[in-house]
Design a protein around this ligand. Structure first.
Ligand code: PBG
Length: 329
């Protein structure tokens, strides 16, 4: 080795914790997180088998969990409802019931903590007896424009109950613009839209569908969610959602799609969000429980990688846990 090649020694900037801390390019912490929580109509909390540590919460349990998370700096929450089968129908009518589970939950949280940012999922799957994000037509196809009409009602219902951010996760075409118009026409110009811009037809949603009992009863979601093989197509979705008035753009899942996050980051000036989904959580949990991985290390590494790829905001089931870890030191 020549002397010249050793004049640059990158290790000098790694030689102590203080220097490493000073030179760190990416940080991650509670301010970046949205904490997704499941709520059901019962009073008790039921653990979700494939997501150890996560629950379908009853009213009291949910409020207690939010309080715990707030204590370590989590300020944004996404609420997902688990409905019993009797409440589901082919058109997902309960999705815009003002007396429904989500509106009741939102107003209760808001009345306690008005500074909490509440994000709601706009899609029909928890309400649909077919388990699809949209309305299924007689021939089995998912009806785009009919679905968008219902999604607008759902988003309005959520806004009226106190949602700060509505997050269409359904992947119907044109829904962001339609929801923006509906919100504006009803006096909700301040309600934001977090668009699931590049949401892939992914196997990593398995545990979530178990949590909500929302798996499609027949077929799959490939006619509306994106093909995991595509990334150029994500740029087209960015262009549309931006033009339709989205305030933030999301990539989902996160860990296996870091290149997509980076592409979306480069294609927009809007804030970018990424969803570390249920299957990513389940993998990290399962290996950690077996002692095969050091949970805290790999969770922090997975989250900093998502930030490094370009995400500002991360939806993660680890939000409260990470807040607690960071508060310890
Ligand atoms: C449905 C929705 C899904 C998730 C969030 N919203 C599942 C799906 O599209 O089937 C997945 C979240 C996760 O897996 O953690 N609109």
């Amino acid at each position: 080795m020549t002397r010249l090649s050793l004049r640059r020694r990158p290790r000098r900037n790694r030689k102590s914790a203080a220097i490493r801390d000073a030179c760190r390019e990416t940080t991650v912490g509670p301010a970046n997180f949205v904490y997704p929580l499941f709520v059901h109509e019962r009073d008790d909390d039921i653990p979700i088998g494939s997501m150890p540590g996560c629950m379908r919460f009853g009213r009291r349990g949910l409020l207690a969990e939010i309080e715990r998370a707030r204590a370590v700096g989590i300020r944004m929450f996404a609420i997902f409802p688990a409905l019993t089968d009797e409440l589901k129908d082919p058109r997902g009518s309960k999705s815009f019931d003002p007396a429904g589970l989500v509106p009741r939950t939102l107003s209760e949280i808001k009345s306690r903590w008005s500074d909490t940012v509440l994000v709601t999922d706009v899609a029909l799957d928890p309400y649909s007896s077919d388990g699809h994000d949209g309305i299924v037509g007689p021939d089995g196809r998912i009806l785009n424009d009919e679905t968008v009409e219902v999604l607008c009602k759902q988003a309005l219902c959520q806004a009226r109950a106190g949602a700060d951010v509505v997050a269409p996760s359904d992947m119907m075409d044109g829904r962001v613009g339609a929801i923006r118009d509906a919100l504006d026409a009803d006096g909700f110009a301040e309600v934001s839209i977090l668009a699931y811009t590049a949401k892939y037809a992914s196997g990593f949603y398995g545990p979530f569908r178990e949590a909500l009992d929302s798996a499609p009863r027949h077929g799959d979601k490939k006619t509306y969610q994106m093909d995991p093989a595509n990334v150029r197509e994500a740029e087209l979705e960015v262009e549309l959602d931006e033009a339709e008035g989205a305030d933030m753009l999301m990539v989902k899942p996160a860990g296996a799609y870091l290149d997509v996050i980076a592409r979306v980051r480069a294609a927009t000036a809007l804030p970018v969000a990424a969803y570390q989904v249920s299957g990513e959580y389940a993998m990290l949990k399962a290996a950690s429980e077996r002692g095969w991985l050091d949970e805290r290390r790999v969770v922090m590494e997975s989250l900093v990688a998502i930030r490094r790829a370009g995400a500002d905001v991360i939806l993660t089931y680890y939000a409260r846990q990470v807040g607690e870890w960071l508060a310890e030191v």
